[in-house]
Write a protein that binds this ligand. Structure first.
Ligand SMILES: Nc1nc2c(c(=O)[nH]1)N[C@H]1C(S)=C(S)[C@@H](COP(=O)(O)O)O[C@H]1N2
Ligand SMILES: [Mo]
Length: 199
């Protein structure tokens, strides 16, 4: 007789979902911030995109709200090893925001209210892979998690998903951001376990 204990299944990821190497699942939503939480009202918030030629495009809250939004359900992977399956967001695809932006740059440096920065290839923001997210789990995105709005790039480690996003600078050169300058991997693919420089 074979006894199958339910207990052995309790910690497995939900069916069809996979954990990247070295990660464990959490059902909570930890807050990780390198500094204090900026408290920004929606009417104080603005997002700018600046091209390598110096052209600046900007959206205030009302302009962001006029753009079509999506409701992606995605898995999150933090370099501190927690992963969260099936997080539900609302936001504007970067494909929409960048549609009329002319650039030949290959890199972006993203900056936040409060001074945080992170860099990534422009192509990782395109083709349905990234959003300016302002809703989480059916409500307004909480300040601790980056509200009024944050970048969401779930296919990379979560440090690339800049909270309180303020600017996206399109650049020909690749300039490391806050964690990338501190020894974290320049790209940060969780499936390749690219945690630190040299991984
Ligand atoms: N502006 C800003 N964005 C940030 C951070 C930060 O400190 N400041 N931390 C990053 C890190 S390391 C992680 S894991 C996620 C955490 O997002 P959460 O607090 O919503 O879980 O935000 C990322 N974005
Ligand atoms: Mo993180």
């Amino acid at each position: 007789m074979t006894i199958i204990s339910r207990g052995f299944h309790g910690r497995r990821p939900p069916a069809g979902r996979k954990l990247p190497p070295g990660q464990y699942e959490t059902t909570g939503f930890p807050v990780l911030s390198a500094g204090p939480t900026p408290r920004l009202a929606r009417d104080e918030w603005e997002l700018s995109v600046t091209t390598e030629a110096g052209k600046r495009h900007s959206w205030d809250w009302a302009a962001l709200m006029r753009l079509p939004s999506e409701t992606p359900t995605v898995d999150l992977h933090c370099v501190t090893k927690w992963s969260k399956f099936g997080s539900q967001w609302q936001g504007v695809s970067l494909d929409v925001l960048l549609a009329d932006v002319e650039t030949a740059a290959e890199n972006v440096l993203v900056s936040s209210y409060g001074g945080y920065t992170t860099n990534l290839p422009l192509e990782d923001l395109l083709d349905g892979k990234a959003w300016i997210a302002y809703g989480y789990d059916g409500s307004a995105l909480a300040p601790e998690h980056g509200g009024p709005a944050r970048l969401l790039v779930p296919h990379l480690y979560l440090w690339k998903s800049a909270k309180w996003v303020r600017g996206i600078e399109l650049r020909e050169d690749d300039t490391p951001g806050f964690w990338e300058s501190a020894g974290y991997h320049n790209y940060g693919d969780p499936w390749q376990e690219q945690r630190y420089q040299g991984d």
